[in-house]
Design a protein around this ligand. Structure first.
Ligand code: NAD
Length: 371
């Protein structure tokens, strides 16, 4: 019951294994795929509660030697900080890690991004594997090699491209994930359909509900399709000089909403992206690129699963048009002051639009949601 998706990146290629029970089997899999390594598991407190013991048992049973105790970090976005990065590196160096040490990131995007960045920089780069435990990290952050931490100037502004050696997406780990986190991750699944796969979006309209309700086969199918889409895009453009920017669909608006919320948990990343995707389709429709019905269809699906899908879904103080536009101007994907958006000519027909007129964006935000 394990599926495999390959990320083709020449000498940095790797497999994503997808299926239930992979955390418990990680020891055996690693002993076979990357023999002779000393492993340092890195996780957070919430994930450790459910998933650390089965991992450690599997490592022991497979005769894999952990290099010291697992590193257990506080849960939450604030962990992606310089302070935690320093602590983690000093901890690793204090254990006498060497180039044969393998970091194992067990957790969501926070643990994966931080541990991946530590792996990219410790001893100028050691290997790491991703064992993602949130839907968002299974379909997005664990694949593609973007690692990093936040700065006081913004999210993910410090980091490195560093590909994992292997990704083990244990679909059963999602059973312990809080429902709101699961839904937020689902927004990123929908994104792949909207980028370039209208048939997948249609499939999600029929099956998304089952996936959210826990249907194991639907989960595996959606994660496989999402990882295959991400693997294809990353394989074509590892460092985001062109096509990879499509993965930012909904993110320019989404990041602005997150920034306006002050990253205080009012809005999860995936929730912001859900609203952002609707706004991207709305802007596309207003610019005459796609039909208004496309925006309505995206919003309908997000609403049907319980995701936010309108500006009105966030508190008024977080959607002041001028402030949102100012946040968009600060987004690191903004080049030389012009606004870049992922827009769409229809469902599954997204493209990168440079030099979008800020006035058009402002007018749309001022007009608010359609009746
Ligand atoms: P997260 O890592 O903070 O996890 C969300 C919460 O769920 C945390 O409290 C965590 O402890 C808990 N949790 C995780 N797995 C669990 C499980 N199986 N059972 C119970 N609780 C569990 O958040 P996330 O949504 O996974 O990731 C968000 C981060 O990912 C952001 O920092 C974002 O910038 C980053 N990201 C990175 C990329 C990339 O390409 N590197 C892409 C998208 C997002």
């Amino acid at each position: 019951m394990t599926d495999t998706v390959r990320v083709e990146l020449g000498p940095r290629s790797y497999d994503i294994l997808i299926g239930p029970g992979l955390i418990a089997r990680a020891g055996g899999i690693l002993a076979g795929a990357l023999p002779g390594r000393r492993i340092v598991p890195v996780t957070d407190e919430a994930v450790a509660r459910f998933h650390l013991e089965p991992l450690l048992r599997g490592l022991r049973d497979a005769g894999v030697t952990p290099q010291g105790e697992p590193v257990v970090l506080p849960a939450g976005e604030r962990t992606k900080s310089f302070a935690q990065f320093e602590n983690l590196l000093e901890e690793l160096l204090g254990r006498g890690i060497d180039r044969s040490t393998l970091l194992l990131a067990l957790g969501g995007g926070v643990v994966g991004d931080l541990a991946g960045f530590a792996a990219a920089t410790a001893l100028r780069g050691i290997d790491f594997v991703q064992v993602p435990t949130t839907l968002l990290s299974q379909v997005d952050s664990s694949v593609g090699g973007k690692t990093g931490i936040n700065s006081r100037h913004g999210k993910n502004l410090v980091g490195a491209f560093h590909q994992p050696r292997l990704v083990l997406a244990d679909t059963a780990a999602l059973d312990t994930l809080p429902p709101r986190e699961l839904l937020a991750g689902y927004a990123e699944v929908v994104k792949y359909g909207l980028i370039d796969d209208p048939a997948f979006f249609g499939w999600l309209e029929d099956n998304g509900r089952h996936l959210i309700d826990g249907d194991a086969a639907a989960r595996t199918a959606a994660i496989r399709a999402s990882c295959a889409a991400k693997a294809r895009i990353v394989g074509a453009d590892e460092r985001e000089s062109a096509e990879r920017a499509l993965l930012n669909l909904g993110h320019t608006f989404g990041h602005a909403l997150e920034a306006a919320a002050g990253y205080d948990g009012t809005l999860l990343h995936g929730e912001a992206v859900a609203i952002g995707m609707v706004l991207a389709f709305r802007l596309s429709a207003r610019l005459g690129l796609c039909a208004a019905e496309d925006e309505a269809r995206v919003a309908r699906h997000l609403r049907s699963v319980g995701l936010p899908h309108r500006l009105a879904d966030v508190p008024e103080a977080m959607r002041v048009p001028e402030e949102l536009l100012a946040h968009m101007g600060k987004d690191k994907k903004t080049r030389q002051g012009s606004l870049t958006f992922v827009l769409a000519r229809g469902i599954g027909r997204s493209f990168v639009a440079k030099d979008v007129d800020p006035e058009a964006v402002l007018r749309m935000l001022r007009d608010g949601d359609p009746a």
